[in-house]
Design a protein around this ligand. Structure first.
Ligand SMILES: CCCCCCCCCCCCC[C@@H](O)CC(=O)SCCNC(=O)CCNC(=O)[C@H](O)C(C)(C)COP(=O)(O)OP(=O)(O)OC[C@H]1O[C@@H](n2cnc3c(N)ncnc32)[C@H](O)[C@@H]1OP(=O)(O)O
Length: 356
């Protein structure tokens, strides 16, 4: 003969909660027919292990879908009211069934329940507002990055295609006047590239600061100190090779970033961005090293940037001493950035394989 379990109840404006005191309940069946909820299950209740059941005719209509969750200690049932509102009691009949009691753990009176709704709504609004703010910030950052990458892409494309066309038209002669024709745009792009160090430092893009710093400082040293400060370097063919190697990677790197701003990619471009550097980077460093070596005698002759010493020690310390040290730094920089780019490449292609 089935027994009746203890049932605790509470309500909100939209739901009714029932807590059935049964441990390890099994074969649970809960359904609503018209306004009446029927419950049967086997479990351990107030009268030991047995089959338990009860029926409740609700005060007002409810939705037919019932959800329940059985834990080790109880069965929690949620019933949705057909119409939002506050019931003066749970059941249709005025007399409360003996097995039914208020669930004081969840109990709220009508005004408390309204307060709860208001608090929930305020929380939702606050969350929405902060999400809006965040979205606004994200789209501002994305817009900024897109514009930055676009400007760099246009700059380096102009450099690369200008040099290529001049090479076809003037042949080897074009190697001697690269600095005069290209340097202004290269100055602009490379000064602007300092933004990349700031982006990395302030977390605007997810990348390491040190490799970016090495890259920007390394190139600007060559551009402004080695080429920019020595007129004798301007006509040397090495300028052509350095500028050509620098721009050859950037015409793939920046459009790759531009697509990344919209979470899109073009597989061929991704492959080129993460592959072309493999030959270009060592060649670029080699070309830069040739430029440094060529400049050493010029710095010695002109004494540019040399540090004057007191008479007792001799005349001055030539800048070329620093350039010898710089050649070693370049080699270290090459190793650090080569490893960094190799890791980025592995990460990118591993991620792609996973997403395939
Ligand atoms: C402290 C002073 C030290 C002085 C040291 C002096 C030693 C000097 C030695 C220097 C040697 C330099 C030689 C060099 O000049 C020679 C050449 O350049 S030759 C030509 C070939 N060169 C190259 O291929 C290098 C090109 N440059 C780069 O790749 C970057 O500058 C580098 C920092 C090296 C690597 O880039 P990064 O770390 O950013 O890797 P990822 O491209 O994979 O990007 C990582 C994620 O960040 C997102 N990102 C990055 N930048 C942007 C951006 N501008 N806009 C949008 N998104 C960006 C990118 O999408 C990645 O995100 P996710 O992983 O989510 O996809």
């Amino acid at each position: 003969m089935p027994l009746t379990p203890l049932v605790y109840w509470a309500q909100r404006h939209e739901d009714v909660y029932l807590r059935v005191e049964l441990t390890d309940a099994q074969n649970i069946d809960v359904h609503v027919n018209e306004k009446v909820l029927h419950f049967t299950a086997q479990g351990h209740g107030a009268k030991g292990q047995n089959e338990y059941e009860f029926s409740l005719e609700f005060h007002s209509p409810v939705k037919p879908e019932v959800s329940y969750k059985s834990t080790q200690r109880q069965v929690n049932i949620t019933v949705r009211k057909e119409q939002r509102g506050w019931w003066e009691r749970l059941t249709a009949q005025e007399r409360k069934p003996v097995f039914l009691s208020p669930d004081f753990d969840r109990w709220l009176d009508e005004s408390d329940a309204e307060m709860e709704i208001r608090e929930k709504e305020e929380k939702r609004n606050r969350l929405k507002a902060s999400r809006h703010k965040e979205e606004g910030f994200v789209s501002l950052t994305t817009g900024f990055l897109f514009m930055y990458n676009l400007v760099q892409f246009l700059g380096f494309s102009w450099i690369f295609f200008n040099m290529t066309v001049r090479l076809f038209i003037f042949g080897a002669d074009s190697l001697y006047d690269t600095f005069h024709t290209i340097s202004d745009v290269m100055f602009f792009c490379q000064i602007l590239a300092a933004v990349e160090v700031l982006n990395a430092a302030f977390g605007v893009v997810r990348t390491a600061v040190f490799p970016t710093l090495i890259q920007v400082v390394g190139r600007n040293f060559i551009l402004f100190i080695i080429f920019g400060s020595l007129e004798e370097m301007h006509n040397k063919p090495v300028v052509f090779f350095v500028f050509y190697l620098w721009s050859a990677i950037e015409i793939f790197r920046y459009p790759f970033y531009m697509l990344g701003c919209f979470n899109t990619e073009w597989k061929t471009l991704t492959w080129l961005r993460y592959t072309v550097w493999i030959p270009l980077y060592p060649l670029g460093v080699l070309a830069e090293a040739v430029a440094v070596i060529q400049s050493i005698s010029l710095f010695d002759e002109t004494k540019l940037f040399s540090i004057p010493l007191p008479k007792a020690f001799g005349t001055s310390v030539s800048f070329s001493y620093f350039l010898h040290i710089y050649l070693v730094l370049m080699f270290l920089g090459l190793v650090i950035n080569f490893r960094h780019l190799y890791k980025q490449r592995k990460k990118r292609f591993r991620m792609k394989r996973k997403s395939n």
